[in-house]
Design a protein around this ligand. Sequence first.
Ligand code: AMP
Length: 539
Amino acid sequence: MELPGQMMYAPMLLSSILEQAARHSAEVEIVSRRVEGDVHRYTYRDCHTRSKQLAQALDARGIGAGDRIGTLAWNGYRHMELYFGVSGIGAVCHTINPRLFPEQIVYIINHSRDRFVFFDASFASLVEQIAALCPHVEKWVMLCDEAALPNAFAVPLESYETLIAGHDGHFTWPSFDERQAALLCYTSGTTGDPKGVLYSHRSITLMCYGSALPDTLALSATETIAPVVPMFHVNAWGLPFSATLVGAKLVLPGAKLDGESLCSLFEQEGVTMSAGVPTVWLGFVDYMRRTGKTSTTFRRAVVGGAACPPHLAAAMAEVGVKAVHAWGMTELSPLGTVCSGSRGYAGKSAEEQAAIEAKQGRAVPGIDLKIVGSDGAELPWDGQSAGDLMARGHWVADRYFGAEHSALDDGWFPTGDVATIDPDGYMHITDRSKDVIKSGGEWISSIELENIAMSHPEIEKAACIACAHPKWDERPLIVAVRREGSSVSARDVLDFYAGKVAKWCVPDDIVFVDDLPLTATGKVQKLTLRQRFGGYFLA
Ligand code: AMP
């Protein structure tokens, strides 16, 4: 006979994470560099009170369980309040990536049926451009005070401060099923329409616990955490919630993510750890090198969203920052793996450790991974066999928002990545399945080839793409950006591959461009490169 446990039950709601911080880390600061240009600081207690004022305001305007509320905003305290205030009443905070094309933004707002949209002043002209195309939006709210509202605006506006001002923050968060939706984020949709991933209170809370663990992101109340990854890119990888969970000081950098802005903010606020995509850290390291600076407090940077090239990890180490490689995706909330130590790691040589750190890491507890061959059979964890990476776990999507059918394949989510897993469980992404180069029946990893190009001292950025080839079906081409002042030749770079990969994997050519196109989440847009150079070897 079943015997139920006799422990207290409280649903895992995001409001309880903030409530905990407001009670147990009340005076810990949340510091925001505002789009207005100044620095704003307050505490978890203040954040809690204002989030409850927002909840009251939304409640008073008829927003309730399941309603979607859009945001077009940088990382800042008002965005934090939206994360907690909206989800706290059972509504859904839908973070919209403002770097998408306006047509995609319109599609997303209409698809999710956002009732209100809150936006930073820097997106005012975008809102003027798209508002008429979003008939379901009842209210556009600018994240500012009344005095900062523009005089002449094409759309009726309200200011955030006025919206919440009439409410006193005396509010008890409602209790409801932890499986209810809390936040919504659309994938960047490099092919086809963007697809929404609808996170629940439970899935986000469990990911926060998983991500705080010592072998994951090792979050602690003693840290000062600056999520550089935007709050519109998979909830800033959960950090606004997980930092709150542990009661760490939070530093939210706003719109300026260049090396100089980040360095000055980190030094001023004593930031100890951060997280962002490789392109952000390339800019950061470049600035530190040019100015001869090293970090005084900043020690750890989580690098994810795209592969962290080994030369970037080495350059970060030179300026005093350890790069912690992580892998994930929108559908995984996003944290899937983090590269950190495991049993036996300490006994390895520095070279072996560096080779491990170039991998994407071990599964976060709560996530399970496997790799499968083209017949769907599981492949061995030998560090050599590469196959389609599948994931399952507490914070993995089952289906896309509005989709009739589950996205799962026999209970596993097909990630679209190709990977190896070694006997210690370290997963290594060799490619996105659509980026793999299929040359004469063999597979060549585009990530490996671009990492080698980027380790050349005169190459600043590089991407490797598959180009159609009359004899081999596809052959690799490197599209590269030279460092300023360099005139390095294609031959020099090709020679640099000697001894680093098998001869037949060496790219067939290098083309130089002024810059690489980036997606809305700061990754190299390989689709655009393939459209431009895909016929290079046929010409
Ligand atoms: P997104 O959903 O926009 O965050 O994109 C997720 C995809 O980014 C993954 O499926 C991977 O292809 C890629 N990605 C994320 N992190 C890494 C990483 N550390 N190394 C290689 N690719 C990554």
